[in-house]
Design a protein around this ligand. Sequence first.
Ligand code: PMP
Length: 395
Amino acid sequence: MTFPPLDQLVPEYVRRFEAYIPSKPDEELRRLYGCDRLLRLNNNENPLGPPPEAQEIIRRFPPPRAAVYPSGDAYYLREKLAEKFGLQPDQFIVGNGANEVITFVIKAFCQEGDNIVTADKTFAVYEWVAEFSGFEARLVPLRDFGFDDEGLLERIDERTKIVFVCNPNNPTGTYWNEGRLRRFLDRIDGRRIVVLDEAYCEFVEKKDFPDGIRLLRDYPNLVVFRTFSKMYALAGLRIGYLAGDLEVVNVIRRTGVVYSVNVLAQEAALAALNDDEHIRRTRALVGAGKAFLSRELDRLGLPYICGEGNFVMIRLPLSDTLAYRKLMARGVMVRTMTGFRFPNYIRVTISAREALEALVRALEEILKDRGQRTEIRDQKSEDGGQRTEGCHPGG
Ligand code: PMP
């Protein structure tokens, strides 16, 4: 059997793309890092778990139903979303996480030579899907840690099909208020698709935060993403959706593979949508967690960016990859930010108090340990000695 000629078979843009390697399962990680418990603060999950009604649906799921295909287009969930947001069911497409609907939109609008425009430090999947599909991703630097509207407009050219705006932004937590978003959309003047990724919108309590779905009436070129992974704590079931103008959504629907959303996810999401009390409880937990963490980070003298959403970015006096390993050895998993082009930063999920306390303890130990090593290093270098391991940035 001859080996397939991969150099001929694989498009150049796939060849140069590096696959994303997800983290290993907890048990493997615990073994690898020698810790007996692992607190995951890396994926912005909700520690409260799904709303009680959704939990009940999951508990009561009759196993024989696993043999039967789900609704191919999440029929009842779209009906429910339509009722909740005052739109038509066909204005929604439900996907296997919001991740999947990103691919639908890019496939629907981009062809060879086209590009998408987004920020350089934001959720990376817009950029990745564009690039491994052969389209240029034009990345505009953040300004003051937020999306730069002027910068985005400058990079748009006649081949730009989609502009992705993450509101609030993951990982910086900054947001455009309604006035700013409207001004941006007015200047785009319907000529491009603007995707507003509202994965974290349910966490935002600011009065001037825009509701993308309400803006659809005024801006038919707007496509809004939402997910059940964050506030509704259904990340493990993989379900998210997009909403848009009927004609636009009818185009996007052509590029989606139906049946990608499992039956349990559809039913749990339907139940989760009813629960405003869950939103209140989660917001209270995140608010208290942010207050606690801000106090503690101030005490440790660590700079941080605490915006909207259930996460905080922390700047460390050591490389984020080294910090990751040191935190893992102490049973705390965070997200390194080098991949987001923020070296020396980590992003941590605002989780339950106990987990945040463990994070603070671990950070404190790492800083203390580092301080001691620095002292030794300073003494040695005064003596003309060698630098000790752990003091150089990439170490
Ligand atoms: N958008 C943003 C901004 C996100 O942070 C995430 C997940 N981290 C997603 C979309 C995708 O969410 P999911 O696929 O879990 O629905």
